[in-house]
Design a protein around this ligand. Structure first.
Ligand SMILES: [Fe+2]
Length: 378
């Protein structure tokens, strides 16, 4: 029988093929890597992401040396390890400073614009918002990491402004991916930034109510699209297409939306694009009246909603940009197993095949009782 010794190595010194000497347990007690696991490049990258400074690597003992001892088998807890950063959450949220600067500037402009709408109620100067589209949003939509960055942004408060900026950026991306000309992109983004301006006219106690709304409050909330349209109409500079973004972003292709329940042929193309961005951002943000879903669930929702509710071409283009990013994700399954997405199933891209850290393969397309409950790479 071979003898082994554990040698403590800095994460920066690890190379693929090394063998782990001690099990690594996550902060919440889950088995992240088993003792004896062979390190891959992806696993080493994950250890960097988790902020670990060192791990124990198993090496064959020199001739005559004492072998592998019992006290060496105690797992390495991520929570106890000498981390470079203080928590796993902090280590995964690394939003580029350039994105943050543009994003926060856009939020500030909208706060001013929506604030004036709430208190003055008689229209507003649109120059600030147009300038913000040009200087803050257009530079972001060609960034290949924009989807990741938006999903990483926390929305602790001021959800309305953050959501409006998210929808502005996402709608610009969708317009770009749909091949819209540049002049139209500016209009789509402007319409998207202002699509919920009617909510600025709803009493704050209803808008920010933490619990369920009464039927009367719900009706008031749903009326925001009409109020937004009427508010924007006061500004003679705004084209009708922008007004329709506010009025029609809750309409649905089959006529099941509101306020007028019109069908797809009567919905302005910009409003169709904004509706997709609005739904996607609402379900992938930790908003105050719903659960944040994973990008995998979001893809499943889009694939369902494109069958009659949302514009199918716009949904397809968003799914096409989300799905290729899935391969290589480290995920947690609903049974607590951790693993890596290694293969996308053609029949259902929201249910890929996972290689667990134990080396098993789980095909979520076949194993319908399991689902991806958390993405460790954000
Ligand atoms: Fe809305």
């Amino acid at each position: 029988m071979s003898n082994y010794v554990n040698k403590r190595l800095a994460i920066d010194d690890l190379v693929p093929g090394m063998c782990l000497g001690k099990m690594i347990v996550t902060d919440d007690g889950k088995n992240f890597l088993n003792e004896g696991a062979v390190l891959t490049l992806r696993v080493i990258q994950m250890l960097h992401l988790w902020g670990l400074r060192y791990v124990d690597i198993r090496e064959e003992a020199p001739t005559g040396a004492l072998g592998y001892r019992m006290e060496d088998t105690e797992p390495l807890h991520m929570a106890d390890a000498d981390k470079k950063k203080t928590s796993s959450t902090e280590t995964t949220v690394q939003i580029p400073a350039g994105f943050l600067a543009y994003y926060e500037a856009a939020v500030q402009v909208l706060k001013g614009t929506f604030g004036r709408a709430r208190f003055l109620k008689d229209g507003f100067e649109i120059t600030d918002v147009r300038q913000m589209v040009e200087e803050c949003v257009l530079p972001l939509i060609e960034d290949p990491t924009v989807l990741d960055n938006i999903q990483m942004m926390p929305h602790p408060e001021d959800y309305l402004y953050h959501h409006s900026v998210d929808v502005g950026i996402l709608s610009g991306c969708l317009g770009l991916w749909l091949g819209r000309p540049f002049r139209e992109l500016e209009e789509i983004i402007l319409g998207a930034l202002l699509h919920d301006v009617g909510k600025a006219l709803i009493p704050l106690k209803v808008l920010n109510k933490p619990g369920a709304l009464t039927a009367e409050e719900m009706a008031l909330m749903r009326f925001h699209s009409v109020r937004g349209y009427n508010f924007l109409k006061q500004n003679r500079e705004l084209p009708r297409s922008i007004l329709l973004c506010a009025l029609q972003h809750h309409e649905r292709m089959d006529g099941s939306g509101y306020p007028l329940s019109v069908t797809g042929d009567k919905i302005h193309p910009y409003a169709k694009t904004i509706a997709v961005a609005d739904v996607f951002d609402a379900i992938t943000s930790a908003r105050n009246y719903g659960r944040k879903v994973t990008p995998y669930e979001a893809v499943a929702v889009l694939q369902y909603e494109m069958l009659g509710k949302l514009d199918s071409r716009t949904c397809s283009v968003l799914v096409d940009h989300l799905v290729p990013r899935f391969v290589g994700d480290f995920v947690e399954l609903s049974n607590g197993q951790l693993g890596e997405v290694i293969f996308l199933n053609v029949s259902d891209s929201s249910r890929p095949t996972i290689r667990t850290i134990d080396g098993d393969f789980v095909d979520l397309d076949k194993c319908r009782t399991l689902k991806i409950s958390k993405v460790l790479r954000t």
